[in-house]
Design a protein. Structure first.
Lengths: 90, 469, 469
C-alpha cells in the first residue's frame, strides 16, 4: 500500500509555494452543507440514518467545513500527494 | 533504406562509425515529417529549427570524439504533457495553450543529456484523459484513430517521424497507441521512471515510458531514463541495471526456462476474432521458442477496472480543481465531463479503491507466483484501431460498447498493480491495421518482458506502414 | 506503588538484586488493585501469565545472564493492539473478537515480549482510538490520576493513567492525531510518536492508515528510548514500515545539547482560551534547554491550519473507509463520538482527500526547509491541561486546543515531556519535534531536560495513600 516518506530535504522542482499571509488566511467561503445535501451524501454513501442522527451529523459536518475550505484554498500547482503505491511484492 | 526508417540500434551504429551524421538523420526525419504530417497531425509543434541546431552541435561533438552513446543524434518526439524548457507544453488543451515551462521534465532532461535531438511535441488526448487522440490519425489508415492518449507519439514513431516517442500511461496510454499504430511501447513498473515535470492525470496510476519501433530501441531508452528521483513520491531507489546489456546477453537464447501465462478470463473476453487469432498465434511462437505456456485465471478481474476508474476520477478532479473553475469552457466537452464526474466521488470510495488495489496486488502475485509465471501474454486492445467516427460494437456477450472505450478494456491491470507492460506488434488485421500483444511481467522485471518481446520480434519481419496519402 | 518509578531505575534494581521481577509485577498489580476501579486503566489483566513471565525473568536474572532490554518490566498494551492473551476489543462492541484471536501477538507485542517485557494486560482506549468516552457503553471511563474529575485525554488513555499511577512502568499507545501525546501530556508522563513507518503496526486496528503510529509511553524520555530500541525497525508485514536503519536510542542520551538549535513556536494564537500557566512553563523550559547548551530561536511552523486540517480530513476519511462495512448494521453499537467523527467523513469528496495528501507533501517540504535552520522544534503539546469529564467541549474546541495532529500529517517524530503544572495541579506538557527518523536528537533533548527537571517523577496525590511494597 502507500508509504509516507518524510522528506530529507526540500524536493527539487516542485512548485515553490508562496507561504504568504494571503494564502493562509481563512477563506470565509459559503456554507456547504444543509440537511438536504447531507441527506444526499448519505444516500451516495449508502448509509441510512435517523432524522435525529442526521441532525447531529450535520452539526459535525459544519464543524469540519472550515478545514475543508482551508485545504481547498491552497493552490498546489503540480504537487503530487505525499503517499504512493509500492509495486514490489513481498 | 531512408535514414528515418532505421532502428536506433542501426542508426547509432552508423553514427558511431561516422557513416551517418546526426544532421543527415535529422534532415531525413524532418522531411518525413513534412511529408506525413499534413495527413497525420501527430505533432502539436515541430521544432525543426531547434532540431537542426542540436543536430549540428551533435555532429560537431561526435566529430571531435565526444560521442555520448547510442542515443546521441537520435530524433525524439515528446508527448506534449512533458514539460520542455522554453517550448510550449500544451497538454493538447486550450487551457494550457500558452504555457511555456522554464525547465525540462526529468525524462526529457535525461534524453537530451544522452544527446537525443527533439524534433517536436506530439499530440496527446487532451490532458491524457482518453484513448482516442482525436487530433491525430493512424498512419496505417488515416481514416482511423491512432489510439491514445499518447496517440501523437504512436503515429509519429510508426510513420518514421521520429525514432522514439515519449508516452505516459495511466490506463493504457502508452500500450494502446503502440498496439493500434504497430509500434513497441513499454509502460515500466510504477516507481522506475520519474514523472517529475509530466502533467498528471492520476498520481497513483500515471507511468511514463517510450514508444519505439523495436524492443531493443525501448531497452536503449530505458537505460537512459530509469532511476530514482526524490521529487516523484512513487520513485524507488533501486540498483540500476542495463536493459540493453541484459537483452544482448540473451540475444542468442531461446525462451527455454521461461513460463508464459495465458489468461482464461478477462483478457480474451469480447475480443475481435482477428485480434484473438493473431495474439494466440504469437503465443504459439513463444511456445515454439521454448517457453512453457500455462493457463492462468485473472483474480478479481471485475474489480480492477472499477478501482482504476474511481482512482483516476478523484485524482484528476483534484489536479484540475482550480483550472476547471478558472477556465472550464476551454476544455473539450468529453474531457470536461470526465473530470467533472470525479468531483462527486466520495473520499471513502476513493480510499476503498486504493485499498482494493492492495488486495488485487496480493491476489495477482499469488496467482503469478503460484503458477510460476514470468510473463502474462494477452491482447493489448480488444480491437484494431477503430475508425475516426468510432461508433459501437455489439459483442457476443451482448455487451454494446463504444469503440473509443473498447480500446482500453485490457489496460487497467498493469496500471493498478504497477507492473511492466510491453506492447509488441503481432500482425495486421484484414483491414491492414496493426494488432498488439501485451506482455505483463513481475514488478521491476522489465528485462524479462523485453527479452520475451525481442525473442518474438525476431521471428518476423517488420516494416513501416506504406503511407497511403 | 513501587519504589521504582521508571523502567531505567527498575532495570538497575533488578540487575542489582534489589528487587525481583515478581515483586515488581506484584507491586504494579497492587497499584492497579488500589486505583483501577476509580481510574479505568485496564480492560483485561493477565495476572497469571504476567507472574509466570516475571518468574521466568527472575530465573534468567538469577542465572546471571540477563539478556533482554526490558527483562522483567511490567508493560501494558493499549487494547487496539493484538496480544496472545485475552481479547482485543478496541474498547468497542463492534470489533470482531476473532480478528485479534487470529493474529495473536502483534509485531510490537512480540518484540516487547522477546525483550523480556512482562505483558500485564490490555489498557483502555477511546473506542477505536478516536473520540471521547460514551457513558452509555459497557466499558470503564478512563479518569485522570491527577484529578479524577478530569479526562485522561485520548485515545491511549489507560496507558497514560497506568504509567502515572504506577500500575505499569511503561506501555504502548497509538497516535493518529495525538493519541499518544495527549494522554501523556494530561497524565503528566512522557510519550513518543516516532517517525511514520519507524515502528511496524501490523496487528493494530487501523484508524487512519497513513497517519497511524504505535509508540512508547513511560515516565521518562529515557524509558521511551529503551522501549523504542525494542520497538523500532522494519517488518515486511506492515506496508507502511520504513526500511530505515535503527539507531541505539539510549546511547544517544548524552545529556548534552550544545550545538543544537531549537526552534520555539508557542502556538499562542491557535487557541483563544489558553491556560495562563503554559507560557511561564515554556519560559522555564527554554531557560533549562539553554543552560544545557542549546540555542533557542523563535520560529513559525508553516501551514499550521492547513496541515492540521489535512490530518483531520485524512483520518476521518480513512476511518470511514475502514468502518463502512459495519457502520450501517452496527450504528447504535458505536460510541456516539465515533459515529459523529467517522460519519462526518461522508462530506468529503475523493478530490478533497487527494488535496489533503498534496497539502501533506507541501507541508513536508516547507517543514524540511525550516529544519535546515533548526535541529528541533518545541511547542506546547496542548494549550490546555485538559477538560473535566463533564465539559469535554466541542470536537472543534478540542481539536484547536491540542497541538499534535500537524505532526501526523508530516510524519516527523514528536516526543512529549512534562514541563510543570497549572494552578489546579494538572500537568503541562512540552512537545519536542525532530527531523524525520531523527528520534535520537528528540529523545536526547527530552532526556537532557529531565536531568534538570523532575516533573516526570511527580506522583499524583491520590497515589500517596497507596501502600508501597
Amino acid at each position: 500500500m502507500s508509504q509516507l516518506l518524510p522528506t530529507d530535504g526540500p524536493a527539487a522542482a516542485e512548485i515553490d509555494l508562496p507561504l504568504s499571509p494571503e494564502v493562509t488566511e481563512p477563506p470565509g467561503a459559503p456554507q456547504l452543507y444543509d440537511a438536504g445535501t447531507l441527506a444526499a451524501l448519505l444516500r451516495v454513501a449508502d448509509l441510512t440514518l435517523t432524522d435525529e442522527w442526521q441532525q447531529k451529523l450535520l452539526a459535525t459536518v459544519n464543524d469540519l467545513e472550515p478545514a475543508l475550505h482551508r485545504l481547498r484554498a491552497l493552490d498546489l500547482g503540480e504537487t503530487p500527494p505525499a503517499t504512493a503505491f509500492d509495486a514490489r511484492w513481498f | 533504406m531512408d535514414a528515418y526508417a532505421l532502428s536506433i540500434t542501426q542508426a547509432s551504429e552508423l553514427i558511431a562509425a561516422g557513416e551517418l551524421s546526426p544532421v543527415e538523420l535529422t534532415e531525413s526525419v524532418l522531411a518525413r515529417i513534412e511529408y506525413a504530417e499534413p495527413h497525420l497531425n501527430a505533432f502539436v509543434e515541430v521544432t525543426a529549427d531547434l532540431a537542426m541546431i542540436a543536430a549540428k552541435a551533435a555532429e560537431v561533438e561526435i566529430a571531435e570524439g565526444g560521442y555520448r552513446g547510442p542515443l546521441h543524434g537520435i530524433p525524439l518526439g515528446v508527448k506534449d504533457l512533458y514539460e520542455t524548457a522554453g517550448i510550449r507544453t500544451t497538454s493538447s488543451s486550450k487551457v494550457r495553450a500558452d504555457y511555456v515551462p522554464d525547465t525540462d521534465s526529468t525524462v526529457v532532461q535525461k534524453l537530451l543529456g544522452a544527446g537525443m535531438i527533439m524534433v517536436g511535441k506530439t499530440h496527446t488526448h487532451e490532458f491524457a484523459l482518453g484513448g482516442v487522440t482525436p487530433t491525430t490519425r493512424n498512419p496505417w489508415h488515416t481514416g482511423h484513430i491512432p489510439g491514445g492518449s499518447s496517440g501523437g507519439s504512436g503515429a509519429a514513431v510508426a510513420s518514421g517521424e521520429c525514432m522514439v516517442g515519449l508516452g505516459s500511461d495511466t490506463g493504457g496510454s502508452i500500450r494502446m497507441p503502440a498496439a493500434l499504430c504497430g509500434t513497441v511501447g513499454l509502460k515500466p513498473t510504477y516507481g522506475l521512471v520519474s514523472r517529475r515535470g509530466v502533467a498528471s492525470l492520476s498520481w497513483s496510476l500515471d507511468h511514463v515510458g517510450p514508444l519505439t519501433r523495436t524492443v531493443r530501441d525501448t531497452a536503449l531508452v530505458m537505460d537512459a531514463i530509469a532511476g530514482y528521483e526524490r521529487s516523484d513520491p512513487a520513485s524507488l531507489d533501486l540498483v540500476p541495471q542495463s536493459y540493453t546489456a541484459d537483452l544482448d546477453h540473451h540475444a542468442g537464447d531461446d525462451l527455454t526456462g521461461l513460463t508464459v501465462g495465458v489468461p482464461s478470463n478477462f483478457f480474451f473476453d469480447d475480443v475481435d476474432e482477428e485480434v484473438d487469432a493473431a495474439v494466440r498465434a504469437a503465443i504459439g511462437q513463444l511456445e515454439f521458442l521454448g517457453a512453457r505456456v500455462v493457463e492462468v485465471t485473472i483474480p478479481m478481474a471485475q474489480y480492477i477496472s472499477a478501482a482504476a476508474q474511481l482512482i483516476v476520477r478523484a485524482e484528476a478532479a483534484a489536479y484540475h480543481r482550480r483550472m476547471m473553475r478558472a477556465s472550464g469552457d476551454l476544455y473539450t466537452e468529453q474531457v470536461r465531463r470526465g473530470i467533472l464526474a470525479g468531483e462527486v466521488v466520495l473520499a471513502t470510495d476513493y480510499i476503498d479503491a486504493l485499498r482494493m488495489r492492495t488486495l488485487v496486488q496480493r491476489e495477482w502475485s499469488a496467482m503469478v507466483i503460484g503458477a510460476g509465471v514470468d510473463v502474462i501474454a494477452a491482447p493489448t486492445c480488444p480491437i484494431p484501431a477503430p475508425p475516426a467516427d468510432l461508433g459501437t460494437r455489439t459483442w457476443a456477450s451482448g455487451l454494446v460498447e463504444d469503440l473509443g472505450r473498447a480500446v482500453g478494456r485490457y489496460s487497467a491491470p498493469a496500471n493498478i498493480m504497477g507492473l511492466p507492460g510491453l506492447s509488441v506488434p503481432v500482425g495486421l488485421s484484414s483491414g491492414g491495421l496493426p494488432i498488439g500483444m501485451q506482455l505483463m511481467g513481475r514488478p521491476f522485471e522489465e528485462s524479462t518482458v523485453l527479452r520475451v518481446g525481442q525473442a518474438y520480434e525476431q521471428t518476423k519481419a517488420t516494416a513501416l506502414p506504406v503511407l497511403a496519402l | 506503588m513501587s519504589d521504582y518509578l521508571t523502567i531505567s531505575d527498575a532495570l538497575d534494581a533488578l540487575r542489582d538484586n534489589k528487587i525481583t521481577a515478581t515483586e515488581l509485577v506484584q507491586d504494579a498489580f497492587a497499584a492497579a488493585d488500589a486505583v483501577d476501579s476509580e481510574l479505568g486503566i485496564y480492560l483485561a489483566r493477565f495476572d497469571e501469565q504476567a507472574l509466570a513471565a516475571a518468574a521466568e525473568a527472575d530465573r534468567i536474572y538469577a542465572a546471571g545472564d540477563p539478556a533482554g532490554a526490558l527483562l522483567g518490566i511490567p508493560l501494558g498494551i493499549k487494547d487496539i493492539i493484538s496480544t496472545l492473551e485475552g481479547e482485543t476489543t478496541a474498547q468497542s462492541l463492534v470489533l470482531d473478537r476473532e480478528w485479534g484471536a487470529a493474529i495473536g501477538d502483534a509485531v510490537v507485542t512480540a518484540r516487547l515480549r522477546a525483550a523480556g517485557g512482562v505483558i500485564t494486560g490490555k489498557l483502555t482506549t477511546m473506542e477505536y482510538a478516536t473520540g471521547v468516552p460514551d457513558p452509555t457503553k459497557p466499558f470503564p471511563i478512563p479518569k485522570n490520576p491527577w484529578n479524577t474529575d478530569y479526562w485522561t485525554g485520548g485515545s491511549s488513555s489507560g496507558t497514560g493513567s497506568g504509567v502515572a499511577s504506577g500500575a505499569i512502568l511503561g506501555g504502548l499507545g497509538t497516535d493518529t492525531g495525538g493519541s499518544i501525546r495527549i494522554p501523556a501530556a494530561f497524565c503528566g508522563i512522557s510519550g513518543l510518536k516516532a517517525t511514520f513507518g519507524r515502528v511496524p503496526k501490523s496487528g493494530c486496528v487501523p484508524l487512519g492508515y497513513s497517519l497511524d503510529n504505535i509508540g512508547p509511553m513511560a515516565r521518562s524520555a529515557r524509558d521511551c528510548a529503551l522501549m523504542l530500541n525494542v520497538l523500532a525497525g522494519y517488518d515486511a508485514s506492515d506496508p507502511c514500515a520504513a526500511e530505515q536503519p535503527v539507531e541505539d536510542y539510549v546511547a544517544g542520551l548524552t545529556g548534552d545539547l550544545s550545538g543544537l538549535t531549537i526552534g520555539l513556536d508557542r502556538l499562542a494564537l491557535v487557541y483563544a482560551d489558553r491556560d495562563p500557566a503554559i507560557d511561564p512553563a515554556i519560559d522555564a523550559a527554554v531557560k533549562a534547554l539553554t543552560a544545557l547548551g542549546a540555542k533557542v530561536v523563535d520560529v513559525t511552523l508553516p501551514l499550521w491550519d492547513e496541515l492540521s486540517a489535512a490530518t483531520r480530513i485524512t483520518s476521518r476519511s480513512e476511518a470511514f473507509a475502514y468502518h463502512a462495512p459495519d457502520l450501517q448494521s452496527r450504528w447504535d453499537d458505536y460510541f456516539e463520538a465515533t459515529r459523529q467523527g467517522v460519519g462526518a467523513a461522508v462530506a468529503f469528496s475523493g478530490a478533497d482527500y487527494v488535496q489533503a495528501q498534496r497539502v501533506r507533501r507541501v507541508g513536508q517540504k516547507a517543514l524540511a526547509a525550516l529544519f535546515e535552520t533548526v535541529d528541533l522544534v518545541i511547542t506546547p503539546t496542548s494549550s490546555v491541561a485538559g477538560w473535566s469529564l463533564d465539559e469535554l467541549g466541542s470536537m472543534t474546541e478540542r481539536f484547536l486546543a491540542m497541538h499534535t495532529g500537524y505532526f501526523n500529517a508530516v510524519g516527523n517524530p514528536a516526543l512529549v515531556v512534562p514541563m510543570g503544572f497549572n494552578d489546579i495541579g494538572l500537568p503541562l506538557s512540552l512537545q519536542v519535534v525532530g527531523r524525520p527518523f531523527d528520534e535520537t536528537t528528540v529523545l536526547r533533548a527530552g532526556d537532557a531536560f529531565q536531568r534538570v527537571s523532575d516533573f516526570h517523577l511527580a506522583v499524583p496525590p491520590m497515589m500517596s495513600s497507596v501502600a508501597v511494597a
